[in-house]
Design a protein around this ligand. Structure first.
Ligand SMILES: [Fe+2]
Length: 345
């Protein structure tokens, strides 16, 4: 088909490989894949196929494309996984702790697991399926994937200096952070409904942005009440938290949000962390910045509470609150906020 590929940017390259299923083999070290040369009308730019179920230019890779990681990628995965394994006890929800044990059991503690290894169990339990993507998936396509029970997994893995904090998803975030929760059917029901609502609101960035806030403060950065016998009052289930050692520690037991220097070390943040009971309206008026460490978390009692959001007049509330407008910065508390103390008394 006339593809010409060669090494581009920081050791990332791909080459046609006649032996690989589908004819292409990708080698990923970091960052992006990029095509050089002129794709003809039949070619799929960089293998970023137009997936049959998805509309236009979605960055979903063909399922049969084989991904090849360097040994150094597996070493970084192993390092991240072992660090997180030591961090999760007592700080995360049972589903997340079970998820780390599950990943180890299927052979994912020492090497980056394949999506097939994980999908075998996930699809059997909840019907969800992990699909491979490169880069960030546009909002509409992202919500449609969730609605259809598919979760996009980024294939690149973070660098050493991003171990503590990375503002972009990578394969560790997606597989260690998100995948375990797809073994929970109630949670999956919530994710599908969020996807369907986001998809329904396509074309209206404000309404869709409101759905993104619910997604952000639950699926990415959600906390849950801890059992009364635990020291701290909250445990983590959000993927953005449980794929980072520092965020897992800070979100449940720190009084301050950490800043990070260029080496990825904490640099002594002094912004207060606040944990509030999950409240839909408060969530819809709360600002978030994907590039900054969290200062605000919302705490659920259980996952039924999330799924139950859709039993009521969720759409009306979103429309009303979006029309009303008004955004509260993360570091600002309202007089009505009932902050949850970090530790049980
Ligand atoms: Fe995520």
């Amino acid at each position: 088909m006339g593809h010409i590929f060669t090494e581009v940017e920081e050791g990332v390259f791909r080459a046609p490989d006649a032996d690989a299923p589908g004819g292409y083999r990708y080698r990923i070290t970091n960052t992006k894949l990029r095509a050089l040369g002129e794709p003809d009308e039949n070619s799929l730019p960089v293998g970023l196929a137009k997936y049959p179920d998805i509309i236009d230019d979605c960055h979903v890779l063909l399922p049969h494309v084989e991904i090849v990681y360097d040994e150094s990628d597996h070493v970084r995965w192993c390092h991240l996984f072992h660090d997180m394994e030591k961090t999760v006890p007592g700080r995360v929800a049972q589903e997340v702790a079970d998820g780390f044990a599950w990943i180890r059991k299927i052979g994912g503690a020492e090497r980056i697991p394949t999506l097939e290894m994980m999908n075998k169990d996930i699809t059997a339990v909840s019907g969800f399926k992990l699909v491979q993507v490169m880069g960030l998936v546009p909002h509409n396509e992202f919500f449609k994937l969730l609605m259809d029970g598919k979760f996009p997994v980024t294939l690149s893995i973070r660098r050493e200096n991003e171990f503590s904090y990375t503002s972009f998803p990578d394969i560790f975030h997606d597989l260690a952070g998100h995948a375990p929760m797809f073994l929970n059917e109630i949670f999956c029901d919530f994710v599908r409904k969020i996807g369907a609502l986001g998809w329904k609101f396509r074309g209206d960035s404000k309404l869709q942005g409101a759905v993104s806030k619910i997604y952000w403060y639950t699926i990415e950065f959600g906390l849950k009440r801890a059992a009364p016998e635990q020291k701290q009052s909250c445990i983590a289930y959000g993927a953005g938290i449980v794929s980072s050692v520092a965020e897992t520690q800070d979100s449940v037991e720190s009084e301050y949000a950490a800043d990070f220097d260029e080496q990825g070390n904490r640099s002594g943040g002094k912004r207060a962390i606040n944990r509030l009971p999950f409240d839909l309206r408060r969530v819809l008026h709360s600002h978030y910045d994907y590039a900054q460490p969290q200062e605000l978390y919302f705490v659920i009692d259980d996952y039924v509470q999330l799924s139950g959001l859709f039993d009521g007049d969720l759409e009306d509330v979103i429309r009303t609150e979006t029309r009303a407008g008004g955004t509260v910065p993360q570091g600002t508390l309202l007089p009505t906020d009932k902050v949850i103390p970090t530790f049980y008394a």
